[in-house]
Design a protein around this ligand. Structure first.
Ligand SMILES: N[C@@H](CCC(=O)N[C@@H](CS)C(=O)NCC(=O)O)C(=O)O
Length: 196
């Protein structure tokens, strides 16, 4: 497999984290988002990353890639076994993506007003999630794509906007547990840590 990705892109982080959790080897094609290579546009005319190339087929969209990896490599699963658990993991994946994803962009590149609104939206989204989160452990039982989605966004937030900074005890415990996973730590470090 070959993964086209940008190091700091949270959607690429999700795919790298899933590949690492499953222990799957892959060739990296790391790109500069400011200067996309024509080869990437040939694989994904929309021009975005991540794109996974598996058996010669280009798969864009992180959720589609995560689902493909789950279908093709079900060992070390990242979805619960029972259908309702799977539905809940997918739902949380989509909810955190929709609520937090756009805020990260605004926090990074918005006007001062947009940054303030984005910070408020993050506080509100995480406060809601705190009420729904389990007292301990991962979001839907075993570690899943819901945790991966949330980790890819939360670990990019400035410290005062993270669950630990906001004083949200359940999510703060979740954050510590997730950040300690080698597959997460190795794939979310910004700047990228030197590889051995
Ligand atoms: N819905 C996409 C979002 C991916 C995305 O937004 N990627 C950004 C980098 S973080 C990108 O490639 N931007 C450049 C572009 O779309 O041209 C996914 O989940 O894979």
């Amino acid at each position: 497999m070959e993964l086209w990705h940008a190091w700091t892109c949270p959607y690429c982080m999700r795919v790298r984290m899933a590949l690492a959790e499953k222990g799957l080897p892959y060739a990296e094609r790391e790109i500069d988002l400011g200067s996309k290579p024509p080869e990437l546009l040939a694989l994904n005319p929309a021009g975005g990353v991540p794109v996974l190339v598996a058996d010669g087929v280009a798969i864009p969209e992180s959720i589609v890639i995560l689902q493909y990896l789950e279908d093709r490599y079900p060992e070390r699963p990242l979805l619960p076994r029972d259908p309702l658990g799977r539905a809940r993991a997918r739902m949380l994946h989509d909810q955190v993506t929709a609520r937090l994803g756009p805020q990260l962009l605004k926090l990074a590149r918005g006007t001062p007003d947009e940054k303030a609104q984005a910070a408020e939206a993050v506080r509100a989204a995480l406060a809601t999630l705190e009420r729904e989160a389990p007292e301990r452990g991962f979001l839907v039982g075993d570690y899943s794509i819901a945790d991966i989605a949330l980790a890819s966004l939360v670990l990019k937030l400035p410290a005062p906007l993270r669950p630990s900074g906001l004083g949200l005890p359940r999510l703060a415990a979740w954050e510590a547990a997730v950040a300690a996973r080698p597959a997460v730590a190795a794939n979310t470090a910004v700047p990228r840590q030197a590889r051995a």
